[in-house]
Design a protein around this ligand. Sequence first.
Ligand code: ADP
Ligand code: MG
Length: 262
Amino acid sequence: MSSPAVETETKLEVEAHGVRKSYGDLEVLKGVDFQVRSGEVSCIIGPSGSGKSTFLRCLNALESYDDGVLLVEGLHVGYEYKNGKYYEWNTKQFANFRSEIGMVFQRFNLFGHLSAEENVAVALTEVRGMSKSAAMDRARQELAKVGLEKHAHKRPHQLSGGQQQRVAIARALAMDPKIMLFDEPTSALDPELVDEVLEAMKRLALAGMTMVVVTHEMGFAREVADTVHFFDDGVVVESGDPREVLSNPQKDRTKAFLAKVL
Ligand code: ADP
Ligand code: MG
């Protein structure tokens, strides 16, 4: 067992306490408690409609939340505390925050008229104010890291789904994010293309990136995750070491879900 002194050494990058979110009458997040430490890979598993994507969107302030505490990188997401009061972030504060969080979706959302390297470079010139040539150099470096150096000039339609998703990962990494969020990054891919994307993510994990990954890939969760969180009906039902949660779940709801997917 680790001592409290050791525990406090690893910084919490994400801390959620009782996070709630409704769409109209539908309560989607019903008090989510969740933590991610620096350099940790957290996998979120759970049935469709349980609130996984909504929670991820709250983490990078694409969605607002109604109640609870949500800290990312020590920042109270969406709010600034000033003179004893909370003020909602302005547009610039939201944009700054989002530019530090990498997000990779099921659909790659690449610009069809731009090459792979231009897709990666565009945020560097537009958001970071880099020169075109410096941005293109950086883009090629990031593409090389995901094994796409030979494909940098190609447009999305000339690339496979797995290659396009790796471009999307390179695009997120080019912004030097402090944390990377993945929402079912392999769910839209043909089965034979899944592994190349998971491999790129695994390399990123080994390089020490803090990652939150919503996935149905139990093999990836078992092998790469430090912690697995089982979401069901808007709450985290069970969290822990993947070997524990996936092989020896304690809660009936976790057992029932795993019996269906494993
Ligand atoms: P998951 O990613 O676990 O499948 P989601 O977070 O996408 O779950 O959705 C949780 C619930 O919230 C679902 O019932 C879904 O229909 C609902 N929902 C998600 N986004 C919206 C939205 N923008 N407006 C209304 N309902 C939504
Ligand atoms: Mg989802």
